[in-house]
Ligand binder design. Structure first.
Ligand SMILES: Nc1ncnc2c1ncn2[C@@H]1O[C@H](COP(=O)(O)OP(=O)(O)OP(=O)(O)O)[C@@H](O)[C@H]1O
Length: 368
């Protein structure tokens, strides 16, 4: 009958025609195809994505299906399981061995919504299936504990291998440590640079993070010793800069972006998030009012040749939810959820692209 038999090799050959759109290599070369099984008129395999928040997963699934149908047989049933193994470019060091990616979230100016964006990105990444942690290193206003409703909690200590480890606070599936946990909520402790730097080092060295795909660091606004401590303490996968579209905010964001490119910091910029990009009233969900100006985030991204990875509208419920102790994506407003999900997916995508590049992330050595 001259019947065409399907075997694993032929499946791999067919799938080697499918390119991962971001990484520009085929799925087989990238080692993303696993567990091929051939049944009666049926092919099953697993595609291991670089992040569960992959925005291209449906496209990749369809391309695999088409490749099998075109190269092997149009009638065969294709059953694809999508899983993810988040990539890392970090050279595993002793400090935080289970943490794959450290992502700095910064802003040029205070009050642009950096902590709000951090909290909601963390939740959106967690919802995609990723393991997520937050370090709140904002010495001027540690607001992560309030946004997660845990401001009165105190981390506990557990001895492990002859050393005392801090257990991060866990809320809504996110592990977190904050400068705010180290002081009573209503006290006005002024954190001086060296003290804050010491605390940040402890958050890395003495905290039992377990396995994390993404550890987001909510940095103080502007440039500070904390930024320097961060890059000297751990290899940072990349930085996200949050800005509003206002001219004053953009001017400060330029300084923030330039800082990451200085040789003594040298952290890749994963992208820009434009917060309060437009105002959308709850009762008019289709309306957009550009009260802080339009297109500022995009022009900044163009200027620095980095992607604009998210645009978050100004929505009253984002502020309300934050004040009530939960990130707004936990509510059901689709405008808010879509904006943060898209931003989280783009961020995860940029991390995967960064990790596929050859340069390994290293801590910055300071010449003395
Ligand atoms: N997209 C948004 N829509 C509505 N309110 C927002 C939005 N983003 C932030 N806010 C509100 O703006 C205020 C400032 O936000 P946030 O504390 O996140 O800013 P920040 O940049 O982290 O500030 P800091 O200077 O303390 O680092 C908060 O009340 C927050 O709820």
């Amino acid at each position: 009958m001259g019947e065409f038999t399907i075997n694993k090799e032929k499946v791999l050959q067919a799938l080697s025609t499918v390119e991962e759109p971001d990484l520009k290599k085929d799925l087989v070369t990238l080692g993303m195809i696993q567990d091929i099984e051939i049944g009666v008129n049926q092919v099953r395999f697993t595609v291991v994505l670089t992040t569960p928040a992959c925005p291209l997963k449906e496209l990749i699934r369809r391309s695999c299906e088409t490749a099998i149908h075109e190269h092997l047989s149009p009638d065969v049933e294709v059953i694809i399981k999508l899983t993810a193994n988040v990539t890392t470019a970090r050279q595993t060091g002793p400090l935080i061995p289970g943490v794959k990616n450290v992502i700095a979230i910064s802003s040029g100016k205070g009050g642009v919504g950096k902590s709000t964006v951090t909290a909601n990105l963390a939740m959106a990444l967690h919802r995609s299936g990723a393991k997520v942690g937050i370090i709140d290193a904002d010495i001027f206003g540690p607001s992560i504990p309030v946004m997660f409703g845990v401001e009165h909690m105190q981390p506990t200590i557990t001895p492990k291998d002859g050393k005392n480890f801090i257990n991060p606070i866990r809320q809504f599936g996110i592990k977190m440590m904050s400068i705010g946990f180290l002081t009573p909520p209503d006290s006005a402790v002024v954190w001086r640079g060296p003290m804050a730097s010491q605390a940040l080092k402890q958050f890395f060295a003495d905290t039992d993070w377990g396995d994390l795909d993404y550890l987001l660091i909510d940095l103080p606004p502007g440039t500070s010793d904390i930024h320097l401590t961060l890059v000297q303490t751990v290899p940072v996968t990349g930085a996200v800069v949050v800005t509003t579209p206002q001219k004053v905010a953009l001017a400060d964001a330029v300084k923030g972006l330039s800082m990451f490119r200085q040789p003594q910091i040298n952290v890749p910029i994963l992208g820009i998030i434009e917060n309060m990009a437009w105002f959308t009233p709850e009762e008019l969900p289709d309306s957009q009012y550009f009260i802080f100006g339009k297109g500022g985030g995009q022009s900044l991204a163009d200027k620095f040749d980095v992607p604009l990875i998210g645009q978050i509208p100004l929505v009253q419920s984002i502020r309300e939810a934050g004040d009530e102790g939960r990130p707004a994506v936990m509510d059901t407003n689709p405008i808010v959820n879509d904006a943060f999900r898209d931003a989280a997916e783009s961020l995860a995508q940029q991390v995967a692209i960064r990790n596929a590049s050859k340069n390994k992330t290293q801590t910055v050595e300071i010449q003395v």
